[in-house]
Design a protein around this ligand. Sequence first.
Ligand SMILES: Cc1ncc(COP(=O)(O)O)c(C=O)c1O
Length: 449
Amino acid sequence: MSVAYDFGANANASPNDLEAFFMPFTPNRAFKARPRLLSRSKDMHYYTPEGRAVLDATAGLWCANAGHNRDPIVEAIQSQAAEMDFAPPFQYGHPKAFAVSARIAALAPGDLDHVFLCNSGSEAGDTALKIALAYHATKGNATRTRLIGRERGYHGVGFGGISVGGISPNRKMFGSLLPGVDHLPHTYNREKQAFSKGEPEWGAERADALESLVALHDASTIAAVIVEPMAGSTGAIPAPQGYLKKLREICDKYGILLIFDEVITGFGRLGYAFAAERYGVVPDMITFAKGVTSGAVPMGGVLVRKHIYDTFVKSDDPVIDLFHGYTYSAHPLACAASLATLDVYRDEGLFERARALEPVWADAFHSLRSKPGVLDIRTVGLVGAIDFESRADGVGRRAYEGMERLFHDEGMMVRTAGDTFAVSPPLIVSESQMGEIVEKIGRTLDAIF
Ligand SMILES: Cc1ncc(COP(=O)(O)O)c(C=O)c1O
């Protein structure tokens, strides 16, 4: 018996029943009572279904570094969709997969010469952790299975990512997670770091905690350490000066792989293709996603150093090198979008632009210091975060009210984390739009205190 499904009279119409979509990382009832709907985007703006412009102060979700709906990226996706929709990445390949991998590897420092492609930052995190384990096993160091993350770290929502991640609400409902995981302390200390521009002076010594974990577990049990060069999701916490170098030194001393999660710091956010370059540190792997396509098509990946690739890819036998991959690894639409995005970054000098504008942005954002309730302001690259006092009825409620006001009254989008606004505009942001972002946040702080 055939069933006629009702797909709705006009699938493009603004929906009037929001119930079916179980929204991720969203208070569903609060959102559905007062939705923040977006239906179009161009350059620095979103537009609501009613046509109201919303200034995008967050590059979507840290992704649209080139701005939205850029013509070359749109055209590349359109023409790829017409040419070839899908090609299996296992045992077959297509030219753009190889081309984009070479382009991404060319942007990375040192001998981070090889790229494993996937579809998101979460997949990239889990892929990097699996490569670390398989690397040691292949080298005959099968006891090296322990993975070290960091408090306040975010590496996506796969079981590997939440296990090494350090955000308790993301972990506490999901069972015992991966065994054999430990965490470094986070690097934030308001007393010692408040209102820093760029990397705070205090905090490199927090890397010494890795020595303590080695003393506790023994280096022969530790596979890898994974950290974000700037902890993004818990409120944009830049690495303290010298911290990442110190981690590199300790990892080298004990044969531990170092993984940088550059899912949000990659592709210009801190003024360089990768933050690894900014900090003069070559990790063993870099995870990336988001900015690799400016958010236009899902894509993620892991850059691996030559010695890691060579460990797996060492013979001509027709035997699979690494038993890992995704149906949509190197999806043709994603590869086409990424090649076009990388062209935009290069042709418009957007990484250099972000670097040049960092001091202007920092001065503008730090001018919010005198606003009511402000506890700290942090800036690095084209990122800004402002912590403010929580309301008596609970952490995060004031920021939610502020986010609603910013959207409905000011026409602007920000991210919240607890009672923090985090801001990371597309790298095409103009100086006057930087001023607009700061003014809108300033008026909103006046209103919510
Ligand atoms: C540092 C970091 N790693 C991983 C992820 C997960 O990426 P995705 O949401 O694409 O899975 C994110 C997402 O914000 C992130 O900020």
